[in-house]
Design a protein around this ligand. Structure first.
Ligand code: AMP
Ligand code: MG
Ligand code: MG
Length: 306
């Protein structure tokens, strides 16, 4: 089964196990206590965990899928990793499912894998570890189609740490229980470390009953999936393709929507600009176009201009 399954099914099954291994590396670095923080830019830290998790993911996926283009947040990666970091097993329970017809014939050359080895680095360094996720997004040509969101510090009821959420358009989602957001309220989830005046103006345009400020694109989309928020608003550039590819695929596999502030999907082919210049607007169980309409003209002129 494993070797004959379509590429997308093997890529998803391999990414599930690889994201789990990367999560273990992220926990290990924190336990050792030396984070090795380097500033990549303003409010843009990188730690030993970002670097090591990326090496594990890129080496493992490249080893299994040498013809698939992989783009990681942390730039060039050393493919020589210890055996302990080279993940070769596929998630067998994922492979038991049947491949949606639309992706059955996709060839390795049709894919781009967007890797954020540690989303929510600022929060990781500040002790908000529940905001941290490992994101592996799978695009076919322009579209975000499959995604893995792994939470290394999620506390399972049995005490085990970590959980892995997946979504594949045409198949569905797994690893969590979807809960609708409460009726009669409008809760927004947004950034806690990258706000500015224009973004605040966009937030003010919604009649929200609550604004949750949390780290990471992955964690914010999880809040939509688990009914903690109705919409994710980020009306400024700053997020990158590796932040949104996996969350978009998982959210849309669950029936939600993730776009820029104009309601347009981003393209995820290998040649696109990495920055999501026109912000992020995501929702589940809402009329997405109504949310797009509410963005103030001044914000749209500054952020969402064509
Ligand atoms: P946040 O919602 O602020 O946690 O951001 C979600 C993702 O986008 C994280 O990976 C951030 O590092 C990234 N991001 C957002 N805004 C910026 C920015 N101004 N500079 C660098 N990274 C950003
Ligand atoms: Mg990120
Ligand atoms: Mg990151």
């Amino acid at each position: 089964m494993a070797t004959t399954a379509p590429v997308i099914m093997r890529l998803m099954a391999s990414s599930i196990n690889t994201a789990k291994r990367a999560g273990g590396i992220i926990r290990d670095v924190l336990k050792k206590g030396d984070l090795g923080i380097v500033d990549k830019g303003k409010n843009d830290p990188q730690t030993e965990a970002d670097r090591s998790a990326q090496r594990c993911i890129i080496a493992s996926l490249t080893n299994k899928f040498p013809k698939v283009k992989i783009i990681g947040e942390e730039g060039g990666s050393d493919l020589n990793v210890c055996d302990d970091w080279l993940v070769t097993e596929l998630d067998e329970s994922f492979l038991q499912q049947s491949c949606p017809a639309e992706w059955q014939d996709a060839r390795p050359e049709d894919f781009v894998v967007w890797v954020d080895p540690l989303d929510g680095t600022a929060e990781y360094t500040q002790g908000f570890v529940e905001h941290v996720t490992v994101l592996i997004g799978i695009a076919v040509k322009d579209a975000a189609v499959g995604g893995i969101i792994h939470q290394p510090f999620y506390q399972q009821p049995d005490g085990e740490l970590g959980r892995t959420i997946w979504g594949l358009k045409g198949l569905g989602t797994g690893g969590f229980t979807a809960v609708p957001a409460p009726a009669g309220q409008f809760i927004i989830t947004t950034t806690r470390s990258h706000s500015n005046a224009l973004h605040q103006q966009a937030l003010n345009a919604y009649a929200s009953t609550e604004v949750l400020k949390v780290g990471g694109a992955g964690f914010k989309v999880l809040q939509l999936l688990e009914g903690k928020a109705h919409a994710y608003v980020f009306a400024t550039p700053g997020c990158k393709k590796w932040d949104t590819c996996a969350p978009e695929a998982v959210l849309e596999a669950q029936g939600g929507c993730l776009t820029n502030i104009n309601g347009e999907h981003y393209a995820y082919n290998a040649d696109v600009e990495h920055v999501n210049r026109k912000g992020v607007l995501a929702s589940l169980g809402q009329n997405h176009s109504d949310l797009v309409e509410k963005i103030p003209a001044e914000v749209r002129a500054a952020v969402g201009a064509k």
